[in-house]
Design a protein around this ligand. Sequence first.
Ligand SMILES: Cc1cc2nc3c(=O)[nH]c(=O)nc-3n(C[C@H](O)[C@H](O)[C@H](O)COP(=O)(O)OP(=O)(O)OC[C@H]3O[C@@H](n4cnc5c(N)ncnc54)[C@H](O)[C@@H]3O)c2cc1C
Length: 469
Amino acid sequence: MTMTRRDFLSASAALAMAPALGTRAWGAPLPRDADIVVIGAGAAGIAAARRIQAANRKVIVVEATGQVGGRCLTDTTSFEVPFDRGARWMHNPDTNPMIRLARAAGLEVYSAPLGQKIRIGRRNARAGETEEFLAALVRANRAIDEASRGKVDVACASVLPKDLGDWAGTAEFVLGANTTGKDLKDISAIDKARAQERTAAIACRQGLGTLIAKLGEQVPLTVSTPASRIGWSNRDVTVETRAGKIVARAAVITVSSNVLAAGNIKFTPEIPKRHLDAAAKLSLGSFDHVALQLPGNPLGLARDDIIIEQSNSTRTALLFANMGASSLCSIDVAGSFGRDLSAQGEAAMVAFAVEWLAKLFGSEVASAVKKSSATRWNAAPFVQGAMSCAVPGGQGSRKILTEPIGCMFLAGEATHETLWGTVDGAWESGERAAEAALRRIGALKEEPAAAPPRAPKQRRRAPPGAPIN
Ligand SMILES: Cc1cc2nc3c(=O)[nH]c(=O)nc-3n(C[C@H](O)[C@H](O)[C@H](O)COP(=O)(O)OP(=O)(O)OC[C@H]3O[C@@H](n4cnc5c(N)ncnc54)[C@H](O)[C@@H]3O)c2cc1C
């Protein structure tokens, strides 16, 4: 398979910021066979491979980019502290396996303070105003929950109370773009209501990308090796790459819903239209970080402060300031506005971030920027977006994606019913698909153990403002 210049440039850029992988994947001959082949070395792929290894079966992970982690990617070279270019938070500390895995891997986890601060122009919102906002969020959430119980799935935006007043735009940003990468008009009420509430925000000091790379250290994998074609039947699969072919008795495929729907991997025979349609209905939203190094704390904020603004348009953002007590600040842009902005390129993204901060904190911010970097996940050829979120009417697609295709099993965040769009959802989906593949090849006889109980979904209340992404 030939590599386009764009592929080459993005692979090179990714390599420059990739955690060291040693030499295992470079130049080593590709194994010719395995019990199970895993496509993609993100959270789902690494979880699947570890589960297969634990069952003493031969696994090989084939990864298209130059590094392990997928949408968990830590840039350790651009700034004084690790900068998570993708996922940053681990939620629900009582049940999230990633937190335990991070601690077991010797990494440090810490909590961001609960609660966002809200700016109204150049000042902080007063206590009464913050309460009004939280009340607006509760009412908006309740309306979405109620709509999700109706006969027909609808867009979240269509059921919002009409009287949210000055807080309508902010509520839409917090519940829509900032949580899912999509505006509420593009989101299924059922999908949104079924999503497990994401409480608390725990970060890994070394980065979530570092964590996934560490968890993949003992996994046999090959990087910079896109799977270009997969031949499949009920008995076996043949994965074609430019380094050769791998034959296996089953496959776990973890590529994003956008990559699957785009047909980047050719299948022989073609996979059912039912699965392709399902992937298309779970398209990825847009979510990016614009990182600014601002020495001397020109914003006058505390460490790990999280700020949103009262806004009546989608042209807004979320600020995560002085990350881990450093001078690094992240301005997150998302939804339709974030998508248009990222299409304009990194310079436009940085210009917006500086202009937005100047509007809220004063024009001195502009001269304080020492270094900057912006992610552009929509342009990453092997991901093509941020996180899946169902279009109205599309929630049932998540279940469809879990239906086996011959001896192939799909995994990845989009296949998780309630934890879609998260790292722990991706991880659990990888384990689920690996177990299905192991059963298919006769390596697991018994029915899968009942999934460990997750905390029951709580009804949404006014989110105390914990950042979602
Ligand atoms: C900016 C951003 C912020 C986020 N914030 C959070 C957060 O705070 N908390 C949270 O829980 N989640 C967050 N998420 C979501 C989270 O990152 C994802 O849900 C999760 O990482 C997805 O993992 P995955 O394994 O399903 O997919 P991926 O990570 O996309 O892994 C799929 C892998 O397949 C590879 N691949 C693609 N095509 C091929 C091919 N042809 N051959 C071989 N390999 C291929 C890709 O390169 C990739 O490595 C965020 C995402 C983004 C983008």
